[in-house]
Design a protein around this ligand. Structure first.
Ligand SMILES: [Zn+2]
Length: 143
């Protein structure tokens, strides 16, 4: 399939992707490391102990009970798409394929054209922020 060829060029292969990001939890872990490279710090009281509120992408400070969002202030803020969709899309988008149509993108990533459009809108808004982290943590299969 042409889809495989494209993914080898533009990002991780299907297998590599599945291995590295098997589920939402794996993506959340990686995202967390982007967000708080030095470890969690409460925005309100600077406490570092937290509990994770699963399924809501929230971390609750154990000291003051402030709920910090994993997504707030990032490109994923307000996104209804699963993180894996983003992880899939980021290497493609990070390579600055400006000419990529929504239909093309949706087809490559296996989601709907409207979702592809949403991904593009959000990522265009923060391309500068997206690019370094995508390159640092998600190297493309360079062969
Ligand atoms: Zn706190």
């Amino acid at each position: 399939m042409s889809r495989n060829r494209v993914q080898h060029q533009k990002g991780l292969s299907d297998d590599a992707f599945e291995q590295r990001y098997p589920d939402e939890a794996a993506c959340r872990k990686v995202w967390f490391a982007w967000r708080w490279p030095e470890g969690f710090e409460c925005p309100r009281c600077a406490g570092t102990a937290y509990s994770e509120i699963r399924d809501r992408h929230l971390l609750q400070c154990r000291r003051c009970r402030y709920q910090a969002s994993l997504m707030a202030g990032t490109i994923l803020q307000g996104s209804k798409l699963p993180m894996r969709v983003w992880f899939r899309a980021m290497p493609l988008l990070a390579q600055g394929k400006k000419g990529l149509s929504n239909i093309e993108l949706g087809g490559r990533l296996g989601f709907s054209t409207s979702a592809a459009s949403a991904v593009k809108v959000v990522s265009a808004r923060s391309a500068a922020r997206l690019r370094p982290s995508a390159n640092a943590r998600m190297p493309s299969a360079s062969q």
